[in-house]
Ligand binder design. Sequence first.
Ligand code: DQA
Length: 137
Amino acid sequence: MNIQIINGPNLNLLGKREPGIYGSEGFESYLETLKSKYAEINLHYFQSNVEGELINKLHEVGFSFDGIILNAGAYTHTSIALTDAIAAIQVPVIEVHISNVHARESFRHHSMIAGNCKGVIAGFGLKSYELALTSFL
Ligand code: DQA
């Protein structure tokens, strides 16, 4: 089973970025934990701060993989182009957030992409990714 995790803008700074909100663990170390716990899954990881690169990755894997776990960061709330890309592909996409976006500023309460996603998981810290992953099993 091929699952793609895609992290959007500023998520390369996990571990250093606002640790009170996003925790103190970097994503690479969390990914190693996930990979060893779910060794039977081919877990692929991509991060970019560039909207078009996120879209290119969705196109690349979106017709052949078994699932996509997408934390689009702030693009979640604004990006029509990402919304269209998710609609264009065939592989189901799960929207994830580390923080509970609904308990934060009002501009984070609306997701532009959610309507085109299979489901949404938010507020469980890095465990949000594992919850999304297990939904594909
Ligand atoms: C986030 C929430 C977004 O509102 C924010 O812009 C992020 C991270 C999260 O994982 O909690 O960059 O997607």
